[in-house]
Design a protein. Structure first.
Length: 54
């Protein structure tokens, strides 16, 4: 992991990373494949909407 110049920049990165990780980390070993496909499609749709609005 790279070193950050300040604690603030580290915190900004980790806050952004956490949102992205929580959106796409779906624990695939715990759910059925068909359900995983639905969840991934919804996550990608939400991501597309969020990045389009920004």
């Amino acid at each position: 992991m790279q070193k950050f110049k300040s604690q603030g920049s580290d915190q900004r990165f980790l806050a952004t990373y956490a949102v992205v990780h929580n959106t796409f980390n779906l624990q695939p070993h715990l759910i059925r494949r068909s359900t995983l496909r639905q969840f991934r499609a919804a996550a990608h749709q939400a991501w597309a909407e969020a990045t389009f609005a920004a």
